[in-house]
Write a protein that binds this ligand. Structure first.
Ligand code: NAP
Length: 253
């Protein structure tokens, strides 16, 4: 378990799914957590779960692809909780389609949230981390970075995040900042439920089918990702940087 007492964490896209589980895990590790999402009201259940468990959290509304909104959000976090030391770039969307049917808008939306969003949040957060000579950034890639039919936009963004991770690790390492990525496989969330619907399947059916082709014979839960994020933010991982850890039940093997 990471010891994050006295640290401030920002988790983007934390209203639900992997982000919500990660926010709760980092709060259990001792961090004060900014639960950032598009709609601050949607982030309230995560905040309540943290405070009811004895932790500290605030809801912060921001679109991670909006430069002014990101800068204001990080300033607000510094005012209300303290300077950010942990940033989890988790917010994500899918706009799947085969290349010949993919609209420019759907390409730009996915790039905007995943790549521009991680860039804007990391740039805004690093100044606080450099001042503290301590920081942890974890980006959220995906097994789709290796290629996935119907996801030219998403796989390009998730592969891009791996290069972004390595470069930030080089630039920020001298300031005591670790930068890593997690690459989830199939995790049961609203995102994968939406994928099931697009494929004309019940979510439970897609989970069963996916479990059958996964070496560990199950799909992932949001906590599976939160656990690895917590490890990457811990002292035990203090010599790990620039890495992408696949958390996929062996799916990409
Ligand atoms: P999810 O359940 O769809 O949750 C994503 C959250 O991000 C939502 O609360 C969403 O808010 C928020 N969000 C979207 N656009 C945003 C923006 N521009 N600014 C701020 N917040 C925004 O997704 P998830 O399954 O937990 O996925 C979390 C991350 O893991 C994503 O980066 C995803 O690509 C990645 N991932 C997921 C899986 C999987 O199997 N689930 C696999 C590999 C990677 P709204 O509800 O308002 O849109």
């Amino acid at each position: 378990m990471a010891d994050l007492k006295g640290r401030v964490a920002v988790v983007t896209g934390a209203a639900r799914g992997i982000g919500a589980a990660t926010a709760q895990r980092l709060a259990a590790d001792g961090a004060a957590v900014a639960v950032l999402d598009l709609d601050p009201a949607a982030a309230e259940p995560t905040v309540s779960a943290i405070t009811q468990a004895g932790g500290k959290a605030i809801a912060v509304g921001a679109d991670v692809s909006d430069e002014d909104a990101v800068n204001s959000a990080l300033e607000r976090v510094a005012d209300e909780l303290g300077p950010v030391g942990v940033l989890i770039n988790n917010a994500g969307v899918t706009r799947d389609n085969l290349l010949f049917k993919m609209s420019t808008q759907d390409w730009d939306t996915v790039m905007g949230v995943h790549l521009r969003g991680a860039f804007l949040c990391s740039r805004a957060a690093q100044k606080y981390m450099v001042e503290q000579k301590w920081g942890k950034i974890v980006n959220t890639s995906s097994v789709s970075a290796l290629g996935n039919r119907g996801q030219a936009n998403y796989s390009a963004a998730k592969a891009g995040l791996q290069g972004f991770t390595r470069t930030l690790a080089i630039e920020l390492g001298p300031f005591g900042i670790n930068v890593n990525a997690v690459a989830p496989g199939f995790i049961a969330t609203e995102m994968t439920d939406a994928t099931a619907k697009r494929l004309g399947l019940e979510p439970e059916k897609l989970r069963e089918e996916t479990a059958k082709v996964t070496p560990l014979r199950r799909v992932g839960a949001p906590q599976d990702i939160a656990n690895v994020v917590s490890f990457l933010c811990s002292e035990d991982a203090s010599f790990v940087t620039g890495q992408t850890i696949y958390v996929d039940g062996g799916r990409k093997l």
